[in-house]
Design a protein around this ligand. Sequence first.
Ligand SMILES: Cc1ncc(COP(=O)(O)O)c(C=O)c1O
Length: 299
Amino acid sequence: MVVSPVENQDGIAFVEGEYLPISEAKIPILDWGFLRSDANQDTISVWKGIFFRLEDHLDRFERNVAKLRMICPYNRSQIRSIMRECVRRCGFSDAYIQIIATRGIPPSGVRDPRRCQNRFYAFCLPYVWIATAEQQQNGLKLIVSSIQRIPATSVDPTLKHYHWLDFEMALFEAYEQGGDTVVLVDQNACVTEGPGFNLFMVNSGAVITPKNGVLDGMTRQTLFELCSELNVPCEQKAIPVSQLIGADEIFLSSTAGGLLPVTSVNEHTIGKGVPGPISQRLRKQYWKKRESGWHGTPV
Ligand SMILES: Cc1ncc(COP(=O)(O)O)c(C=O)c1O
């Protein structure tokens, strides 16, 4: 199908070998990706026409597809071409691309996941921010949910999966309490991550982020590299909620927005109630380096 520029402006999807305007893209109802959340995805950003950490994302995607015992119908070089084609057809210079492998559909009447024909989908949207411009400027109001994150012993958090009911219900809870977003805890009352982001805190000049029970976020990895470059000590270890509340600074990390500062947790103000100096330095460096093409692959 030839997609006109007007149809492109909301995004493009790749479904069953075809490029479609995003509003026309549909998932077959019997795909277990839909019926059972049996899927793995990866989300990649393009900024000023440059993919960020493209090969690292593809490594993570392939690793997770293998963990789920799926066989993706497209190889790495084909996936790269599909992503490029989606972005080109949209014409976006700043874009958000999701690639998805699903269990697919079994033969009629079969309930054995080994018999499913695995599927691949992709779509491209204008760049997505998980915080508004004002929230990025002033900091987000974070709520610690009463809902526990699905345990790592049940669903591996290093998969990029769609088991999001815990996040979704926690968001309802956070909005009811006047928060902008939410972080979930584990069985030891330590913080994990939130809907689409990893979490960091700063304590006496040192950056800390949870070691276990979280996605190995690409932005998280990027912040480790930036901390090392800026000589900011950075450690991965458990963060009890009680410690988070007393943090000097808190920030979130995501492909959808980079580093996002937090200025309150529940009813507690963090630091001086404005984005802190380490958060600001890291955020500035993140965008400066991205704009210079760091870890970049031109579309
Ligand atoms: C649960 C979860 N944690 C963390 C992240 C951040 O990962 P990345 O930096 O790779 O976007 C995401 C991104 O979607 C996520 O869904």
